[in-house]
Design a protein around this ligand. Structure first.
Ligand SMILES: [Zn+2]
Length: 274
């Protein structure tokens, strides 16, 4: 779908004919991902006051409560970062646990009153490994907000987290919407400059669109699979995509253009454990 001289040695993004997910070639190196999600990454992009970020979790929590027949439950946020979702959820009556790769981000979340398990989902939830006490009771909801597409061992992470859900519990995955237009744009830009930033290479390992996300959830054996778009005005909420102001502006303009065409920049996939 894309070929170029990407950062981190990614030369191509190819699509699987079976499940329609696209992935990087060569595949990601886990050490480079851990280096990307450094203490500096979290202080640059998730430092300062998190009030607005916490407000932005409300629509998701509202949707989650609808899926659970109108009540708050027990949730696990995989890749919880500095804990915005867990903090917002606890204020609405949820019991929330975070899982986070970065010790720096996990420490910040813990300061905010969030119980966090530090490590990678694929390791923490490997079959046969003793479960940390915070994960011993089943969950009503397991959520990955943009985290899954950054995990080189995504299949193991998903299988492990699905085992934490009670029967009738929900898995919710938020992923960037990697529709055809973004690959076309990246192919075109790659003739002129390094286009890997458009595809968030090398740290985004998988690139999903609506059909690929639905297939992923169905292959986990989940029922009632739904995929819904999410659009938000990032400029208005002060969010940043990139350290480079030019790249940040270009991305926002592109997102706004897609939104006018009805393409949301993110997708939420939901599936229920039968
Ligand atoms: Zn496949």
């Amino acid at each position: 779908m894309w070929r170029g001289a990407g950062r981190g040695g990614v030369r191509q993004v190819v699509r699987c004919g079976g499940c329609q997910a696209a992935y990087n070639v060569p595949p990601a190196d886990e050490r480079s991902l851990a280096a990307h999600y450094s203490a500096e990454y979290f202080s640059d992009f998730y430092g300062g006051d998190r009030q607005m970020a916490t407000v932005r979790q409300q629509p998701f929590l509202g949707a989650a409560e609808e899926h659970l027949a109108g009540r708050a439950g027990r949730l696990l946020d995989v890749g919880c970062g500095v804990g915005d979702l867990c903090v917002a959820a606890q204020a609405r009556g949820w019991s929330a646990v975070g899982m986070e790769l970065s010790p720096a981000a996990a420490a910040r979340a813990a300061e905010r009153g969030v119980e966090v398990v530090v490590g990678e989902a694929a390791d923490l939830l490997a079959p046969g490994r003793p479960r940390p006490p915070a994960l011993s009771r089943p969950f009503d909801l397991v959520v990955f907000r943009d985290a899954l597409v950054h995990m080189p061992r995504a299949a193991a992470a998903l299988a492990g987290t699905a085992r934490l859900l009670r029967p009738g519990g929900w898995l919710a995955l938020r992923v960037p919407n990697r529709h055809q237009g973004i690959f076309r744009a990246a192919r075109w830009v790659a003739h002129l400059v390094d286009a890997s930033g458009i595809l968030h290479l090398p740290v985004q390992v998988f690139h999903l669109d609506r059909p690929a996300l639905a297939t992923l959830l169905e292959r986990q054996g989940l029922a009632d699979v739904q995929v819904v778009g999410e659009s938000e005005e990032v400029a208005a909420t002060g969010g940043r995509y990139s350290r480079n102001p030019g790249a940040d502006l270009a991305w926002r303009l592109m997102v706004r253009r897609w939104q006018r065409r009805g393409e949301p920049e993110a997708l939420w996939g939901w599936g229920r454990v039968p």
